[in-house]
Design a protein around this ligand. Sequence first.
Ligand code: NAP
Length: 312
Amino acid sequence: MAELIDIAIVGGGPAGLTAAIYGARAKMNTAVFETAFPGGQIVSASWVENYPGFPDGVSGADLGDLFAKQAENAGAVFHNLSPVEAIRREGDHFVLTVGKDEVPSRVVILATGAIPKKLGIPGEADFTGRGVSWCATCDGPLYRGKTVAVIGGGDSATQEALYLTKIADQVHLIHRREELRATQCLQDECFFHPQIEMHLNYNILEITGENGKVAGVRLRSKADDTEKLIPVDGVFEFVGVDAKSELVKDLCDLDAAGFVKVDLNGATSCPGLYAAGDVTIYELKQVVTACARGAFAAFHAAHWLETRGRGA
Ligand code: NAP
C-alpha cells in the first residue's frame, strides 16, 4: 500500500485543479488523479468568453494548461494517465484503486465532471468517428468549406455552432423546442448569423449516411409532423451531459439523474468525501462555478482534516 495522502482529487478539470491549488496551499499533501491529462472537458471548449480576467476570451485548452501549471506550482502532485477504478472506505480513510496500486487518502474530492449525452438515434453509432462528433474543437477542422448540423439548444450547442461557422460554410442548428435554452447573447449571435440556419421545434429522427460517412439528418416537425432531410457532412451533438459519478454511487447520495448531492461546502453524505464541479447537483455548470466549488471543497476538506488532527 502506498503512503497515506491527505487529499486525493479525482479529476483534473477546473474544479479538480482549483481544489488542488487550495489543498496544496493549505499545506495538505495533495494529489490529482487524472484519466488522461489535466484540463478536463474545458480542453474541448473552443473558446471561453465568460471566465473573468480574459476580456477577449481564451481557448479552453490554454485555460486548462494555466490551471494545471498553477496547481503544480502550488505543490500538488499529478498522476496523469491514472484512472481511478474504485474508491472504498477502510477505517478512517479511503483507498483508491489506481491500476495495480492501492492509494490510501484521508479525504477524497471527486471532480470527475460530466460526459456528453448521446441521442441514441439510428445512424449515430454507425457514423461515430465518420461524421458524428461531440467535440467541435477536435473534429471541426475536418469540415472546412462543408455543411454541418449542430443538435441542441443550450450554451454548448450555440457556442460550438458559432465556432463552427469559422470553419464550415453552413451550420444547421437543430433544436427540439421553439425556444433555445442558451444564454441570451449566444442565442442572439446565432439567430443573426448569416451562416447559421435555425430549425426550431424539430426532432431529429435519424442520421443518414452514404459510402460509410454521414450524408444528412432526417427531421420531423413537432408542429405539423412533416419530415425533411437536410444534407450535411457532419453532425455535432450537444444535448446535455451525464454525471460521472459511478465511482461514488455506493458511498454517498446522488440525485435521480446521478449527480452527487453536496452541501454548500462541497461535503457529500459520506464524511471525508467531497465533490465539486459538473459532477454535482449545482445547476450553473460553468468554468467559474466549477473553480469556485473546487475551492470550497478543498477549503472545507482541509479544515475537516485539521479539526480531526493531521495523521489521526
Ligand atoms: P444543456 O444546457 O443541458 O442543454 C442541452 C440541450 O440539448 C437543451 O437545449 C435540450 O433541449 C437539448 N436536448 C436534450 N436532450 C435532447 C434530445 N434527446 N434530443 C434533442 N435535444 C435534446 O447542456 P449543455 O449545453 O451541454 O450545457 C451543459 C452545462 O454547461 C450548462 O450548465 C451550460 O450552461 C454549461 N455550459 C456553459 C458554457 C458557457 O458558459 N460558455 C458553455 C457550454 C456549456 P431542451 O432545452 O428542450 O431541454
